[in-house]
Design a protein around this ligand. Structure first.
Ligand code: M6R
Length: 363
């Protein structure tokens, strides 16, 4: 049932304020602490984290690396499951291995999990299907509470994965004493503000549709971001190529002049994800290098960011102002909607793109 939407993907994008609210309600206590299902995790017994997944779930892991390292001061390694499983990496003592999968049935992710059995101190998973193989074979499975996701392009599962991973990083920080009570409360209130901010962001639908119409003419699209916006740029590029079949690549903004800038000319739209945070000025200077080469910049920022840097851009999308740590969860929405409307403008099969399966149970 598409609940009045043209596609499951549109429905699932629109559901995000609600499902994020559900995910938060399942992990946050009334007094603002994070409660994990039994038997929980004691992060003082953990020295490092290995995060493994495929596709969009892998980008959720890349985002989580920034959170765990910055907030909980735990060294993190992230890998795609198909590489991890055959590389046979050494797993040091006191490693927590964490697998992220919407379906819980992805063959490579499951194989990577089995490789860690008997080697990692604990095996955790973040899944949408609690009765899945990956959930059953973990010491502890954390459900994301996204509800069934039908569209092949993952949307609400991604933002719910991010939300659960951020809460897990906050739990790690509170176990390890790396965050003051005040900073913890600050992060929790930022999380609680997300459903309302997402609703506001979804009101920008028309602006995204207009920009997407112009994007649909492009042959190649680049996505740029720094810090927490870098994994999100990767996710935006994956979403776009997956459903619109437009070639899209993402780069960390700082990598631009190490090669990709050679691609820029007046035909190439460049989507820049840049909330007005501490890295903003650096990203803007990369953006200006793109404009100097006639690249068409689509700037996704907040009111303060757009006021400062909107001049000369090809299109802009205004997001509500948001706490830095939760920004990737909010900025996932314009990434999804740009891809969605571009695909609709191109007339592709949005919910069932060519050559793809919802769950990749063979390698
Ligand atoms: O079910 P999983 O989360 O393990 O699936 C992983 C990927 O196959 C999946 O995220 C894929 O990249 C999506 N189609 C992306 O939209």
């Amino acid at each position: 049932d598409k609940a009045g939407h043209k596609h499951f993907m549109a429905k699932e994008i629109a559901e995000q304020p609600t499902v994020i609210g559900n995910a938060l309600a399942n992990y946050l206590t009334a007094d603002g602490h994070i409660a994990l299902p039994d038997p929980g995790v004691d992060f003082t017994a953990i020295d490092r984290l290995t995060l493994v997944a495929c596709g969009t779930a892998y980008y959720a892991c890349l985002t989580a690396k920034y959170w765990f390292e910055q907030i909980a001061r735990i060294p993190v390694e992230v890998d795609v499951a198909s590489e991890f499983r055959y590389r046979e990496p050494p797993i040091p003592d006191r490693t927590l291995a964490l697998f992220v999968s919407q379906s819980g049935e992805t063959a490579d992710t499951l194989a990577a999990l089995r490789y860690c059995e008997g080697k990692a101190a604990r095996i955790l998973s973040v899944v949408n299907v609690p009765e899945s193989s990956i959930a059953r074979e973990s010491d502890l499975a954390l459900p994301i509470h996204a509800g069934i996701e039908v569209g092949v392009a993952s949307t609400k599962a991604f933002t719910c994965q991010l939300t659960v991973l951020l809460m897990l990083a906050l739990k790690a920080a509170s176990d390890r004493g790396t965050l003051s009570e005040e900073a913890l409360a600050d992060h929790v209130s930022a999380l609680r503000s997300l459903p309302a901010l997402m609703t506001t962001a979804l009101e920008q639908n028309k602006a995204m549709q207009n920009t997407a119409r112009r994007l649909s003419e492009a042959r190649d699209v680049l996505f740029l971001g720094r810090g927490l916006m870098y994994p999100l740029a990767l996710e935006g590029a994956l979403k776009l190529k997956e459903i619109s079949y437009i070639h899209a690549e993402a780069y960390a903004s700082g990598e631009l002049k190490h090669g990709p800038i050679a691609l820029i000319d007046k035909h190439v739209p460049v989507v820049v994800m840049a909330p007005r945070d501490t890295l903003f000025d650096k990203t803007v200077s990369n953006m200006q290098e793109v404009m100097a080469r006639k690249g068409k910049v689509v700037l996704i920022s907040d009111a303060a960011g757009l006021e400062e840097a909107n001049e000369g851009v090809w299109a802009s999308i205004c997001m509500p102002t948001v706490h830095n740590a939760v920004a990737p969860i909010l900025y996932a929405l314009p990434a999804q909607l740009l891809a969605y409307h571009t695909a609709v403008a191109k007339g592709t099969d949005v919910d069932q793109p060519r050559n793809l399966a919802k769950s990749v149970t063979v390698e």
